[in-house]
Design a protein around this ligand. Structure first.
Ligand code: GCU
Length: 835
């Protein structure tokens, strides 16, 4: 029986900066009463410090000390000591401690965990399996779970990789948690402490390899000096059972090899890659393999030489094969398209490029497929390519870094989104064909397969830039281990490990997290229209127009009367025909297409009625209002936890949730204004374009400020903001407030741009009630903007301000750098009003 400690949390822990993630080993309330039940020694069956078994011993020691304050010694033999934790491989155990015949069969990386009284056995099939078992046992203890257990736990798939998009100059593509922990100035950093700490976190959730450099790879990663540096990274990863892998630039033989070709069939090219691979294995004997982005978004590839993608992948598979290395070959291959062609469709590209190649890839090639056919959008249908590769191993590519989903400035717990794909049944040959069974190799009998997650941690002590975003990394590992895991129960493990066992903490963070992706979908792009962020610039704030009239193929095809991509076979791009018949039939017919993907598959009038009974346009309006309203509640829910979480993390999260509450309103209004403007159809509830509690900055009395037409127009209330007349003029905006006397929240919407730190002060009858600085480019971490737009638009709220009718409100803006202290509007909000 599982015995969970549900004790009220005792005195609060000291301030925490997030560095330990979920491996805090925080003192367990009431732990002393369990002290005598705990093992009093650790036997780790490997005395070499670089062995994961040795590390398992040290982690167990550290854990018992942290969680229970119990000091336990470690030895490396004497495995039959009573009251001990024995950790090692099954083989070592049988050799040193007698038979292990009773153990069930274990797979690579699997482990056996048995806790009988104070005698604990943790046996891995291999060394890192033993370490995984130790982390699992520690996770139980840290959550107050003292159940007696005896079970084998095997990963469902061998590939459980992390992709980092780190550049050699130390920047990270789509990274929001600071600079690279691996690279700077063209080479590997000298201090690899963070790399080792990262490996520890990854090992604790069963992840086993990291591709350390960007898929848009710089060929000079392969210089002898960099191979030596990579060797140092691999050395600090190794004790955690984490292997190193590399992204390759397909044209490396010409860029750094002095060859005149990178044709994959050219003998000199083959010899070049063989030599590089040998050199890598000489320095890194456990090198995991290569990740290849070829013929995609300007990256070189085999198509240049009229060779197939399979020939391109096999070029690397062959030299890796003798060493047991693998090639992760990305399916993210597409061309620019012309929107005037009704049948053009980027979503079809992957199947078109890969379909005929099934069976032509070497056995150590794995095709790495993004969950949807476009690019990590807030909702996408399952990539149909999963149904086409039956004689090829596949892995799903997920994105932990929230590139299109709020860049760690919005709370978005991602596993429920991932599950829409992992649990999707493609019905290949009319048989159950869940994506999770395809990637684990089960459905098509493949020995390789699994998951790749784009993580992009950085030097920030929170790793991802936000404490709460770490639930996504934790859950990614747990789902890579077993994609059938339940997002909510995984989340709750993470909460207990990260914030403790207080019931209200668990319930509150669970509720916020589980509501977060639906809320984000509601206030960004719903009904399958994609995220509606600015795809040409930051990928952060709203800019629906950016989807169309360019070659990127993320089109919405919105005009004055209608919206959506017709992807049907009968009248559209024919994409639905890429699915097996049962799924194709469901999406081909609008009546059987779920509302949440209707605009992905069909082009309809704004007045089209959904299954819900609402029109498309009214659904847009309502969903944006309800999503933004939910985002306000995250802040109040979090505030209910004050005093139950250390101040450092409490304040950090509070800052981000405050930002999200404001930015969700920016999203809501931008999207609603845009489609109201386009369709001319009013909101039945009369909210859109109607803001009785707002004072537009441009309608205030201005001195040193001038009006400014914001582009895109929908990212300013009433399309207009104000900016200081010059970059050195202090601006003043004044107005009389004609609302009934009372207590209000005063929200000021402004723009915080990159390239300046303006200063604003708010006065009521010449009494200062607040001031702030526009420095979010330093504090938030999202890709900043140099314009007034949906990325820089933000809000600050002063709560509980007493206002008398006729009071004078004055805002003084002092520009800085290129930032002209921009202001959009002020909302004077009575209790309960969100606007
Ligand atoms: C997205 C992302 C790019 C990335 C690409 C990829 O388009 O914006 O930064 O390089 O995906 O996955 O290759």
């Amino acid at each position: 029986m599982r015995r969970l400690l549900l004790l009220a949390s005792a005195a609060l822990v000291a301030a925490e900066n997030g560095l330990d993630g979920w491996l805090r080993y925080a003192p367990l309330p009431g732990a002393s009463r369990y002290l005598h039940d705990l093992p009093s020694s650790i036997v780790s069956l490997n005395a070499s410090e670089t062995s994961p078994v040795y590390v398992a011993g040290s982690e167990l020691q550290k854990g018992l000390q942290g969680i229970f304050g119990k000091q336990v010694s470690i030895s490396h033999q004497n495995c039959n000591a009573s009251s001990s934790i024995v950790v090692g491989t099954v083989d070592e155990y049988s050799k040193l401690c007698g038979s292990s015949a009773a153990l069930p069969e274990l797979e690579q990386d699997g482990f056996w965990l048995s806790t009988k009284g104070n005698s604990v056995q943790i046996l891995g099939r291999n060394e890192r399996g033993a370490l995984y078992g130790a982390f699992e046992y520690l996770s139980m203890l840290a959550q107050g779970n003292f159940s007696q257990v005896a079970y084998a736990n095997n990963p469902r798939a061998p590939i459980r990789w992390v992709n980092q998009w780190d550049n050699l100059d130390g920047s990270i593509e789509r990274g929001y948690g600071g600079a690279s922990i691996f690279f700077e100035n063209g080479g590997v950093v000298s201090n690899l402490t963070r790399a080792a700490q990262y490996a520890r976190l990854l090992a604790s959730i069963g992840l086993n390899a990291v591709v350390v450099n960007n898929v848009n790879a710089n060929a000079s990663i392969l210089t002898p000096q960099n191979i030596e540096g990579l060797g140092r990274i691999a050395d600090v990863f190794r004790p955690y059972g984490v292997q190193l892998a590399l992204s390759l630039n397909f044209a490396s033989p010409t860029i750094i090899g002095g060859l005149s070709t990178y044709d994959p069939l050219d003998p000199s090219v083959i010899a070049w890659w063989t030599n590089v691979t040998d050199q890598l294995y000489q320095r890194i004997p456990d090198f995991a393999g290569y990740l290849v982005k070829a013929d995609s978004e300007g990256q070189p590839g085999p198509l240049t030489y009229n060779r197939t993608l399979a020939q391109g992948a096999n070029l690397f598979a062959k030299p890796l094969q003798p060493y047991g290395g693998i090639v992760m070959f990305r399916a993210f291959v597409y061309n620019q398209l012309n929107e005037s062609d009704w049948k053009a469709d980027r979503a079809k590209a992957a199947v078109e490029f890969f379909q005929g190649l099934d069976g032509q890839f070497d056995d150590n090639v794995v095709v790495q497929i993004k969950y949807g056919p476009i690019d990590f959008q807030v909702r996408e249908p399952t990539s149909p390519l999963f149904a086409h590769l039956r004689n090829t191993s596949t892995a799903i590519e997920l994105e932990i870094t929230q590139e299109y989903l709020g860049q760690q400035c919005h709370l978005v717990y991602l596993p429920p989104l991932w599950k829409t794909v992992l649990d999707f049944d493609l019905r290949v040959d009319q048989k159950p064909s869940l994506v999770r069974d395809i990637i684990t190799g089960q459905r098509f009998n493949r020995t390789l397969g699994g998951s790749a997650g784009v993580v992009n941690v950085g030097t920030n002590t929170t790793w991802l830039g936000s404490h709460l975003a770490m639930s996504n990394l934790y859950a990614y590992g747990r789902l890579a281990w077993d994609p059938a895991n339940d997002p909510q129960s995984v989340l709750q493990d993470w909460i207990r490990l990260t914030f403790g066992l207080d019931r209200s903490v668990i319930d509150t963070i669970t509720q916020m997290s589980m509501e977060s992706w639906p809320a984000y979908e509601n206030y960004s792009g719903n009904l399958g229209i994609q995220t509606l962020t600015d795809i040409l610039y930051t990928h952060f704030g709203p800019n629906p127009a950016s989807q169309d009239n360019n070659g990127w193929g993320q089109w919405t095809r919105a005009d004055h009367t209608s919206i959506g991509m017709d992807r049907t076979v009968w009248n559209g791009t024919g994409y639905t025909g890429q699915y097996p018949p049962e799924v194709a039939a469901m999406y081909e017919n609008i009546d059987t297409t779920p509302d949440n993907l209707v605009l992905w598959f069909h082009h309809v009038n704004y007045t089209h009625r959904l299954h819900s009974g609402k029109t498309v346009i009214q659904h847009f309006y309502d969903a944006h209002y309800s999503g933004a309203e939910t985002a306000q509640t995250f802040l109040t829910m979090w505030e209910s936890l004050k005093g139950k979480i250390d101040d450092e993390r409490y304040n950090d999260v509070h800052f981000r949730l405050t930002y999200q509450a404001g930015h969700s309103i920016v999203w809501r209004d931008a999207i609603n204004n845009f489609y109201f403007n386009l369709s001319g159809i009013p909101d039945e509830a009369k909210r859109v374009g109607n803001h009785p509690w707002r004072v537009e900055a441009e309608s205030m009395t201005l001195s040193g400020y001038k009006t400014y037409a914001v582009n895109p127009f929908e990212t300013a209330s009433n399309t207009t903001a104000i900016v200081t007349t010059t970059n050195s003029t202090v601006g003043t905006a004044t107005t009389k407030l004609e609302y009934p006397s009372g207590t209000y929240d005063l929200a000021v919407n402004y723009y915080d741009m990159y390239g300046g730190k303006s200063h604003w002060q708010v006065y009521l009858n010449n009494r200062k009630i607040g001031e702030w600085v526009g420095n979010s480019e330093d504090t938030l971490g999202h890709t900043p903007s140099i314009y007034l737009d949906g990325h820089s638009a933000t809000r600050i709220t002063f709560r509980g301000v007493k206002i008398e009718k006729g009071d004078e409100l004055k805002i003084v803006g002092t520009p800085d750098g290129v930032e002209p202290a921009p202001l959009d509007y002020v909302s004077v909000l009575p209790e309960g009003v969100v606007d």
